[in-house]
Design a binder for this molecule. Structure first.
Ligand code: PEP
Length: 256
């Protein structure tokens, strides 16, 4: 869709120290032309401990690469040992934050209520949430993926104004396709991404729904990205494993 700028976001997960982060960001930016970085928004999502280094690289060399964090606290500050608050991320120049990744839902028992609070915290502190939804294998085998993902979307966006919904990036990540090498077919991706946009349209109107970028995530590689990006309701990709290799991620960003 020409009105929505494609977004490629690299989720590094719990990989790379700050020295490796610096190398990867520099290499990534050097592998893409200014036009490519303008046509396709390119974002990295490093661990918290790398963010200051990424900020220094991006600011110092005026790299056209955005960055953000993989999680944030629903609270703005206070007695929450080990957590990181939205204002800390904004201060480091982050523009994005992942919310509700399936690994956090599983490892840290994050439920829809927490995910909703985190989406609200992100928006309050000037960060664009990349809200992840997706079904596990059992739900997919029952054919309930659309209902499941649409319900997760509603729960995560509860209480938001349509102006706020317009700022959210949604990522459809079928859990069975994350880190498994099993990519959803382009038709599978379109089925759910299209349904999510329809659900948004029902909730906040078609004009707002048309503005929202919906990403696909799950074993995206340079070899399968073009077919996924050809789907009308897929506006980008959330890339895990393949984003740890600068040349491979750059190829993904050069998908057109
Ligand atoms: C992810 O963790 O968001 C993801 C899509 O991982 P991978 O690309 O490795 O499947």
């Amino acid at each position: 869709n020409p009105t929505r700028r494609p977004l490629m976001a690299g989720n590094w997960k719990m990989n790379l120290n700050h020295l490796e982060a610096n190398l990867l960001v520099q290499k990534l930016a050097a592998s893409l032309t200014a036009k490519q970085l303008t046509d396709v928004e390119t974002v990295v999502l490093p661990p918290f401990t790398d963010l200051r280094t990424v900020q220094t690289a991006v600011d110092g060399d005026k790299l056209l690469v955005g960055y953000g964090a993989q999680d944030l606290s629903p609270h703005a500050s206070g007695a929450h040992t080990g957590d990181i608050a939205g204002p800390m991320l904004t201060k480091l120049g982050c523009t994005y934050v992942v919310v509700g990744h399936s690994e956090r839902r599983a490892d840290h028992h994050e439920d829809d209520t927490i995910v909703n609070a985190k989406v609200q915290a992100a928006l309050t502190h000037g960060l664009t949430p990349i809200l992840c939804v997706g079904e596990g294998l059992e739900i997919r085998e029952l054919g309930n993926q659309v209902a499941h993902c649409s319900d997760q979307l509603d729960a995560a966006l509860k209480g938001l104004s349509s102006e706020q919904v317009a700022q959210v990036v949604v990522a459809y990540e079928p859990v069975w396709a994350i880190g498994t090498g099993k990519t959803a077919t382009p038709q599978d991706a379109q089925e759910v991404c299209g349904a999510l946009r329809q659900r948004l349209a029902g909730n906040v109107g078609p004009e707002t729904a048309d503005q929202v970028r919906i990403l696909y995530g799950g074993s995206v590689k340079s070899s399968n990205v073009a077919a996924i990006m050809a789907q009308p309701d897929v506006d980008g990709a959330l890339v895990g494993g393949a984003s740890l290799d600068a040349e491979e991620f750059a190829k993904i960003c050069r998908f057109p």
